[in-house]
Design a binder for this molecule. Structure first.
Ligand code: ADP
Ligand code: MG
Length: 680
């Protein structure tokens, strides 16, 4: 008896819909992607009841002829690829030819379309109910396409039951639309929810130059998120090796098996470009919600890229916090596989490891560049690039710095958008914001003669200007890059709570966490020493102590002994499970060396669990050891504090402690005025 039979097309479509159409947001995504692929300049999305009752996407794109309109509803009908080889290098959003028939099979569907370049003033209207064509007729309509899906899953009650509340479903839709709008600033987007306009984003035109693309993206970000965010512009490119020629990787720690999957044609090295914005040091979120990553303009979820971001931020991010970013990875389409997920949400890089390393480098260099050091070498270790000076109030250097202060470096600053754009910025939520000039400027108080001014040397480079090198470190974009706080003169006011140093800048109030700053300085010092092949300073204990550990802990700490020794912690094996502690870094003032070791073991174990595979070893150990640096309540006096700030200026990542907590907090005059009710 024959048991196998071909499924009716309608059933096949519904099965495909199970993969492609998970919820209303998937319908919106597929329709908007089609509009984007059709070269639309304006896309309008309307939803009702979270997309359950209505989803309508209207565009002014190419449109379709009557024949095409009928064909696009067939399975595997697409204009985007022709041959199997085309799958190896996809440059459109869609390519499966599955979305429209799938959506049409699970909704009441109306397609209205008219060719943009056609002669006929008439378009075509096709009405479909649950996959069956009900009507095809001519219709008067504007050029472009409008697709309406009503009563999603009306014929699949089980699926309909699984939909969440209207709010949840529309939040998903809104999230996707935000991503599409960020990826395509050149397209005007309108989003209407239950008859109410949520967004009306005008098209932002931009040229091919990077600066202009950054501006367009920034404009979009502002349109979507309103207030100014403290963001740094990323502009990086680096060579991505071809993935055929070298099966074995030269970079340390390569994962085997990542290479070798290649199409025959794609054998050459190509450039990988990373651009967009990332949060300045200290800006983070408790979730990945504001972490937007795109690969060739496609919003993606990729574990490797998530790690790359964390890796790039390294010590600038607190544990459990996530970066805020809108980053675009541009890569040869042949070097990435987008055909691994039904909703095309995931991608796979042929050179996963290298892509990850380059993205991490892009982030790291941007953060380093923020503080103004030249980091083209891409190293994470500290470097002293400029000497800061402590000067008196009226020294010429001070005046120079002050004059230079509100301006971004000249080559990066087209004059026309300068002051106006900044003046329009709302107060910043926290530190390091752009300088606000004009009426709301600070009252020019005359500080006392004796007050020290800690100001950065005028020669200190502010931002690295992209050079002729293969990759360029992060540069600031006009009107968007905040001026780093440590690049402005700071005046010491006093210390409160024996911990917080109060400073004044001509932007407002600055608070410094003495302990966090100290930790950062020690951390970088230590790494600096290690990098130069040296050993961190160490002090012999008068009374060495022995510590007994559990078998597991002994095993664990044994692995860390060489790193600890180089960091100044003299711990050695003294028996099966006994260790002898005979030296400590001078800054560790452990009441009980035994307790210090026990705590260190716990902290290292915890750190080991949170760490990702790219970052192990000395950095982690150093970070942990630095925790034991002089705790709060060690009062520092004026000179010492000035030295502390000066040392901090010399750090490559001065704005966070090695654990990612902020070292400095700023409250500018605008914020103060607002708090005191002097301005709205
Ligand atoms: P895919 O996008 O994978 O090709 P779809 O089922 O989403 O498959 O769409 C099928 C085809 O219908 C597309 O290849 C395209 O030619 C056409 N099409 C769909 N939406 C539009 C639109 N908004 N404007 C113009 N053509 C469209
Ligand atoms: Mg499509």
């Amino acid at each position: 008896m024959n048991r196998i039979r071909l499924l009716p097309e309608q059933v096949a479509n519904q099965i495909a819909a199970g993969e492609v159409v998970e919820r209303p947001a998937s319908v919106v995504k597929e329709l908007v992607e089609n509009s984007l692929d059709a070269d639309s300049g304006r896309i309008t999305v309307e939803i009702q009841a979270g997309g359950r009752s209505l989803i309508r996407v209207t565009d002014d794109g190419w449109g379709m002829s009557r024949d095409d309109a009928l064909l696009c509803l067939e399975r595997h009908a697409t204009s985007k690829i022709r041959r199997a080889e085309d799958l190896a290098a996809i440059s459109t959003m869609g390519f499966r030819g599955e979305a429209l028939p799938s959506i049409a099979s699970v909704s009441r569907f109306i397609l209205t379309t008219r060719e943009r370049d056609g002669d006929s003033p008439e378009g075509t209207r096709i009405v479909i109910g649950g996959g069956k064509i009900i009507e095809v007729k001519s219709a008067g309509t504007a050029p472009g396409t409008s697709i309406e899906a009503r009563q999603l899953f009306f014929n699949l009650p089980a699926r309909r039951k699984f939909l969440r509340t209207e709010e949840t479903e529309s939040a998903h839709i809104q999230h996707y639309l935000a991503l599409a709008a960020l990826a395509y600033p050149g397209v005007a987007f309108t989003f209407q929810k239950d008859g109410r306009v949520v967004w009306q984003l005008p098209a932002v035109k931009s040229g091919p130059e990077q600066g202009s693309r950054h501006e367009a993206l920034h404009e979009r970000l502002r349109g979507l998120y309103g207030s100014e965010q403290k963001l740094l512009a990323v502009d990086f490119s680096g060579p991505l090796p071809g993935w055929r020629e070298s099966e074995e990787h030269s970079s340390a720690g390569s994962e085997p098996g990542e290479s070798g999957k290649a199409s025959a044609s794609a054998n050459h090295a190509s450039q990988l470009r990373v651009w967009g914005f990332i949060g300045a040091p200290g800006v983070s979120r408790a979730t990945r919600e504001d972490q937007h990553v795109f690969v060739n303009r496609r919003p993606v979820d990729n574990r490797g890229l998530n790690f790359a971001l964390l890796e790039g931020y390294h010590t600038s991010l607190m544990k459990g916090r996530y970066p805020v970013c809108c980053l675009f990875v541009e890569i040869d389409p042949a070097a990435v596989d987008v055909n691994i997920h039904p909703a095309k949400r995931e991608v796979k890089f042929h050179r996963e490891w290298e892509v990850r390393a380059l993205v991490a480098q892009a982030v790291r260099e941007t953060l380093l560049g923020f503080h103004g050091m030249d980091s083209a070498s891409g190293r994470t270790g500290p470097a002293i690039t400029a000497r800061a000076t402590i000067e008196s109030e009226d020294s010429p250097a001070k005046a120079e710095t002050q004059n230079a202060l509100p301006h971004f470096p000249a080559p990066l600053q087209p004059p026309e958008i300068a002051p106006a754009a900044r003046a329009a910025q709302p107060p910043l939520r926290m530190g390091f914001g752009p300088v606000v000039q004009g009426k709301s400027g600070p009252p020019q108080s005359k500080p006392e003669e004796s007050t020290a001014v800690v100001s950065p040397a005028p020669s200190q480079p502010r931002f690295s200007v992209p050079g002729p090198a293969a990759h360029s470190p992060g540069a600031s974009v006009p009107g968007t890059g905040p001026v780093p706080l440590l690049n402005v003169p700071l005046r010491l006011v006093g210390v409160i709570g024996k911990l917080y140093v109060v400073l004044e800048s001509d932007r407002g109030l600055v608070l410094l966490d003495q302990h966090a700053a100290h930790e950062r300085i020690l951390f970088e010092h230590m790494l600096n020493r290690l990098e130069q092949g040296g050993q961190a300073p160490s002090q012999k204990l008068l009374l060495p102590e022995t510590v007994e550990l559990s078998a597991r802990d002994s095993q664990f700490i044994r692995e860390q002994l060489p790193a600890l020794a180089r960091l100044g912690v003299g711990l050695s094996e003294f028996g099966e499970r006994t260790f002898l502690l005979d030296a400590l870094p001078p800054f560790v003032k452990a009441q009980s060396p035994r307790l210090f070791v026990l705590e260190l073991v716990d902290q290292l174990k915890a750190a080991g669990q949170e760490v990702n595979s790219l970052r192990l070893g000395e950095h982690m150990v150093a970070k942990t050891v630095c925790r034991h640096a002089v705790k709060a309540n060690d009062p520092l006096a004026g000179r010492e504090l000035e030295a502390l700030i000066e040392d901090l200026r010399h750090c490559s990542m001065p704005y966070t402690c090695p654990h990612g907590r902020p070292t400095l907090i700023e409250m500018n005059f605008r914020e103060l005025e607002k708090k005191f009710g002097r301005s709205q």
